[in-house]
Design a protein around this ligand. Structure first.
Ligand SMILES: [Zn+2]
Length: 77
């Protein structure tokens, strides 16, 4: 079978994704702040993706889903 001269290139979309990974200072478990039991921290808090060194992105109080201890988080990029 002859190859067609004008073959249509297949095209798909590429989806950006990001994680907001944190390691609990108490139990050392690593988890994604943006995916704590379906909870999106970024969506709920108004935090912008990649935001760091701002009032909104520092001293975020987080409760560890593994050990229930509370600690502060600064976003870093
Ligand atoms: Zn923990």
């Amino acid at each position: 079978m002859e190859k067609e001269e004008t073959q249509v290139m297949k095209k798909v979309e590429a989806y950006w994704s990001f994680r907001l990974d944190v390691v609990c200072p108490f139990c050392r478990e690593e988890f994604n702040l943006d995916d704590m039991d379906g909870f999106s921290y970024v969506e709920e808090s108004g935090l912008n993706v990649l935001e760091h060194d701002t009032k909104n992105s520092t001293d975020i109080e987080i409760c560890c889903p593994f050990c229930n201890n509370t600690f502060l988080v600064d976003c870093a990029y």
